[in-house]
Design a protein around this ligand. Structure first.
Ligand code: NDP
Length: 415
């Protein structure tokens, strides 16, 4: 994209132009048509007149280095955001503006005042604003290609099915739904409508996690045989976004569905295999009567080759988003592994009695932008997204098995 053909002005060139300093100082500064034949400052040109610049020929105005322009607005994929909560308003909507292939075109919300404020900020006009009651009218909105569902978990299925019925593609937040049956219904609805269904597993687009996957595949830590993956945070119930998370009929599950899913999904993509069995145990809860989901749980996945993943999640201890993979030559630690903005990747080489630690730093480590652009690319190229609905289904199926294992105290085989 860089235009390097336009010559830069060097001191030597300056003299060669022959126009002389005096004549050059009267040339237009911002007009792109500067030439020795147009010595007067162009009407309407703005900016200061710098003596001696520009010179008689057009110089110094190439495309800036490294500039990667995205698609023009009319070619971008239009996104409707459903549910203007914490993740949607603070993370996803602002990141849509950084993408190369997406644009925000509609908002769906049960709170008119909030919707109006966000719409005004992002320039979304009234005809692209919907409530949950008027949501189906989105079918007639040509500006919307993708519906991104960012509501409490129990609504994911219904909203996905309505979006497909309206002829739109769907990006859905994790967990895909609260039961495997719901997930399957969503996948089937997408296939029937001929539309894409993608799960918003941002960690699978995160350069740090992708680097860890690559390093393991390259054999940097030998054969991985143990994963330890923990995701914990407190659940202060005075925060509205935590209140629905405490209710099983809305959240579908507790810490496992909310954050343990990162431990589970991470164990699967870092091991590069599907687990064959699981055992699990609940942690004792805090006893808060408002909470009817499990607060803490730990589980052990067994992989076909005998590798294991010891995972946990809870609302009982402070923030922890750590995944550790151990092989017979070394280990990889992502800590934090799944934070929005900070990830750290440490590779320890323990081959031949070494203990050499390498910290990997990645300068452009945004995970939201590549995730959003993948949804758009799958639509533009008419192909499956990298994280299709089936990927979300796999985790919900395993999470349901984790609960069965914890309830029964028995190891559960995974089909
Ligand atoms: P919030 O509680 O902050 O927002 C949820 C929004 O959903 C509400 O603001 C509301 O928007 C809408 N909503 C619709 N019906 C209800 C209802 N009955 N009760 C409450 N809210 C309702 O939650 P989050 O943004 O944290 O989470 C939303 C989804 O995103 C969840 O599925 C969660 O798992 C997922 N998530 C994913 C993250 C990730 O990193 N991938 C991070 C955080 C969340 P409105 O008022 O506009 O209708």
């Amino acid at each position: 994209m860089n235009d390097t053909s336009t010559p830069r002005l060097h001191r030597r060139d300056f003299v060669k132009t022959g126009g002389g300093l005096l004549a050059l100082s009267t040339l237009p500064l911002l007009s792109g048509s500067a030439s020795a034949q147009t010595p007067a400052r162009t009407a309407g040109a703005t900016g200061p007149i710098v003596e001696g610049f520009p010179p008689a020929e057009l110089v110094g105005r190439p495309m800036p280095k490294g500039l990667e322009l995205g698609l023009p607005p009319e070619e971008r994929i239009g996104f409707a955001i459903v549910g203007l909560g914490d993740y949607a308003a603070n993370i996803i909507i602002p990141h849509l503006g950084d993408t190369k292939k997406c644009k925000l075109t509609a908002l769906v919300s049960g709170n008119e005042e909030k919707r109006a404020k966000i719409a005004a900020t992002y320039g979304i006009s009234d005809e692209h604003l919907y409530s949950y009651e008027t949501f189906d009218e989105i079918a007639d909105d040509p500006e919307v290609d993708v519906v991104y569902i960012i509501t409490p978990n129990v609504f994911h299925r219904e909203l996905t099915e309505r979006a497909f019925a309206a002829g739109k593609h769907v990006l859905c937040e994790k967990p895909l739904a609260v039961t495997a049956e719901d997930c399957q219904a969503m996948i089937d609805a997408g296939k029937q409508a001929g539309k894409k269904l993608m799960i918003g597993y941002r960690a699978q687009y995160d350069p740090y996690n992708l680097m860890a996957i690559d390093l393991i595949k390259e054999g940097r830590i030998g054969t991985p045989s143990l994963i330890v993956a923990d995701h914990h945070r407190l659940l202060p119930l005075e925060e509205p976004r935590n209140q629905w998370r405490a209710k099983k009929d809305v959240a579908g599950g507790g810490s496992l569905y909310d954050i343990g899913i990162y431990s589970l999904n991470g164990a699967r993509y870092l091991m590069g295999e599907e687990p064959v069995s699981v055992s699990a145990r609940y942690h004792e809860g805090s006893g808060r009567p408002e909470i009817d989901v499990e607060e803490g749980i730990e589980w052990r996945l067994v992989f076909p080759g005998g590798a294991v993943a010891n995972c946990s999640s809870s609302y009982l201890t402070t923030n922890n988003k750590r995944i550790h993979v151990q092989g017979d030559k070394g280990e990889i630690t992502l800590d934090p592994a799944t934070d929005y903005f900070v990830r750290n990747l440490k590779v320890t080489d323990r081959s031949e009695s070494k203990h050499q630690i390498e910290e990997v730093a990645i300068s452009d480590s945004n995970q939201f932008v590549p995730m959003l652009d993948e949804m758009a690319a799958s639509v533009i190229e008419n192909r499956e997204p990298k994280t299709p609905g089936e990927e979300g289904l796999r985790d919900v199926r395993i999470m349901q098995a984790i609960y069965r294992a914890a309830d029964s105290g028995e190891e559960v085989e995974l089909g």
